[in-house]
Design a protein around this ligand. Structure first.
Ligand code: WQD
Length: 339
């Protein structure tokens, strides 16, 4: 299938483009490079050994997005494009609601106009909110985010569900990611957040490569295995494979829209991840325990049953794989795509 991949130059999008190529699909990227580097495209072509088509486009521009879909004529859309920093969304809610919702409205309108009926959406486990029992299961309701970023994901899930229900033939998979980390085995692409990393793994990697002095551990007094927060980390290559499995499953799906957890079902603590990374990079990494971060939950992890049973997909890679692959990327690219 020809697949329009919005946000395809980003961390998860670029890895999914590779997985689509490997599966024999024809990905076409639509990205404005607001949160990614055009350098990703040459790296993708280097890995894939073939050209990768990318259209630079502002997906909040309705006319430009319609023209893109009319031009590309995709069989399906995988929609990654959107702002994703939780903290920034609290400071700039209107920017997040406008960007994430307007781009989705434009994409859905263009799909409806041009008869594109297959949609895979990049959602997030953050939609489960603070009250959902563990392990998180897709049937849980009500979705209740705790920040504007998370609310945009919950709102878009509802919008897509309603559009799919009203559009005979339209099928949508809503993929709830847990904590994506790792990098492609080539070391040519990986996570490259701009500024000071919000997330644990890129921060650890930047300490290891000498860009940051030490890791700040956000609390070690949680009721967890070692007092630090536990999360369900999933290798980005496994996550990308989950998108291909969901895309290939849409025709067989009886529901018009359905959520799927993409996680491992295992929790890993901050200290466990830090020590795994020390094994991967072969050096002890400095850290300092500080206060808890506002809004953090002690433990989150997935019930991955539905994706296994219905998509025939499950995460295969280990925490050590995630650290080894991240270190290969970060050590070869100390400044990410910045060179
Ligand atoms: C993981 C653990 C922190 C940084 C976020 C978003 C979520 C999703 C994934 C988009 C926690 C601890 C972190 C640091 C630390 N993004 N930590 N020091 O918060 O689980 O999820 O990213 O969909 O929506 O909320 O990930 O990597 O920020 O934190 O101790 O410098 O690491 O307290 O326990 P999180 P994270």
């Amino acid at each position: 299938m020809r697949v329009l991949v919005t946000g395809g130059a980003g961390f998860i999008g670029s890895h999914t483009v590779l997985a689509l190529l490997e599966a024999g699909h024809e990905p076409v990227i639509g990205d404005n490079f607001a949160n990614s580097s055009p350098k990703v495209l040459e790296r993708l072509e280097q890995i894939a050994g073939q050209p990768v088509t990318c259209h630079e486009v502002d997906l909040t521009d309705v006319a430009a997005t319609d023209a893109l879909v009319a031009d590309v004529k995709p069989d399906a859309v995988i929609h990654f494009a959107g702002y994703k920093a939780v903290g920034e969304s609290v400071e700039k809610p209107l920017m997040y609601y406008t960007n994430n919702l307007d781009s989705t409205f434009a994409v859905l309108a263009a799909m409806t106009e041009h008869g594109v009926e297959k949609f895979v959406f990049s959602s997030s486990a953050t939609v489960y909110g603070p009250d959902a029992p563990l392990p998180y299961h897709e049937e849980y309701e009500p979705l209740r985010a705790t920040n504007p970023y998370g609310w945009t994901k919950a709102m878009i899930e509802q919008i897509v569900t309603d559009v799919a229900a009203a559009s005979p033939g339209f099928k949508a998979a809503l993929l709830r990611y847990f904590n994506p980390i790792g990098a492609h085995e080539s070391g040519l692409i990986g996570e490259d957040p701009s500024g000071i990393p919000n997330n644990l793994m890129p921060y650890i990697a930047q300490v290891a490569v000498g860009r940051r002095e030490k890791l700040g551990v956000f609390g070690d007094d949680y009721d967890t295995k070692d007092g630090t927060g536990e999360r369900d980390y999933i290798h980005v290559v496994d996550l990308a494979a989950g998108h291909v499995a969901a895309l290939d499953h849409l025709d067989a799906m009886s529901e018009s829209a359905r959520a799927f957890n993409l996680g491992t079902g295992q929790g890993t603590s901050v200290f466990e991840l830090l020590h795994a990374f020390e094994r991967a990079c072969g050096k002890e990494l400095p850290y300092e325990v500080g206060p808890r971060r506002a809004g953090d939950l002690p433990v989150t992890y997935a019930d991955p049953t539905r994706a296994r049973e219905e998509l025939g997909w499950k995460a295969e890679k280990t925490i050590d794989d995630m650290c080894v692959d991240t270190w290969r990327w970060q050590s070869a690219n100390p400044n990410g795509f910045g060179g």
